[in-house]
Design a protein around this ligand. Structure first.
Ligand code: DC
Length: 224
């Protein structure tokens, strides 16, 4: 049996992981697995159940009732929450913040890590998240830790929202990014950190194309 390839991309919020991971998946013909979307789908369920971000016991109790699955339509990942396509509902700040809070939960992580590992057993993947290189796919062929200065990340997010015609405040966005990074880096279970064998890429002064090219070069070298 031929060996499935796994490319792991971890890093803080807004570093450009999903844009880059999608591009690389397309060029290499692998599937793109957005693990943040899975945490967001679970978070949406908790919000809909009226569970608060600090109610860890209720999150643990509710976690077994949540079924998250992933399918692909025209190469795009579709996230299903208990049989409902929730792609258009999970991209809000509210869901992002709840995902960061509920992802500290052991039951939540166990469920989603198993799903992610099963996907990588079946196919060659480019998977992005916070703990892919350190925990989900420790034997990934290529590991990237993609980061950027928090101000640069906030400006990118601000421009994105503005282009969509949404009202936003740069200072609030930057504060939210810093808070979420802090929470993701300081939790007890698989916190966000650079794996020892990951290559650090700081995209602050790089274009999307330059980052993609750097990662493709690493893939072609088969570097870890
Ligand atoms: O990448 P994102 O913004 O969609 O992720 C939302 C939250 O989900 C993030 O703040 C922390 C959590 N997450 C995680 O704990 N582990 C992952 N592999 C991916 C996301």
């Amino acid at each position: 049996m031929s060996h499935n390839i796994a490319i792991a991309i971890d890093g803080p919020a807004g570093a450009g992981k999903s844009t880059i991971a999608k591009l690389i998946a397309k060029r290499k013909g692998y599937i793109y697995v957005d693990t943040g979307a899975m945490y967001r789908a679970m978070a949406l369920y908790f919000i809909e159940q009226g569970i608060g971000a600090d109610q860890q016991e209720r999150i643990s109790e509710a976690a077994p009732d949540v079924d998250v699955t992933i399918t692909y339509e025209n190469g795009e990942q579709v996230v299903w929450l208990n049989g409902r396509n929730v792609n258009s509902l999970i991209r809000t700040e509210e869901v992002g913040k709840m995902a960061s809070s509920s992802s500290v939960n052991k039951e939540v992580r166990k469920k989603l890590v198993e799903l992610q590992q099963a996907l990588a057993r079946k196919e060659s993947v480019v998977m992005d998240g916070r703990d892919i290189g350190t925990c989900v796919l420790p034997d990934a062929d290529v590991k990237i830790y993609l980061t950027a200065d928090s101000h640069v990340r906030a400006v990118r997010r601000y421009e994105e929202l503005k282009a969509k015609g949404q009202e936003c405040d740069l200072e609030v966005i930057e504060r939210d990014i810093i808070d979420r990074d802090y929470q993701d880096m300081h939790r007890e279970l698989s916190p966000l950190r650079q794996a020892e064998d990951a290559v650090l890429l700081d995209s602050s002064a790089m274009t999307i194309e330059q980052v993609a090219e750097a990662i493709i070069n690493l893939c072609d070298k088969g570097a870890k």
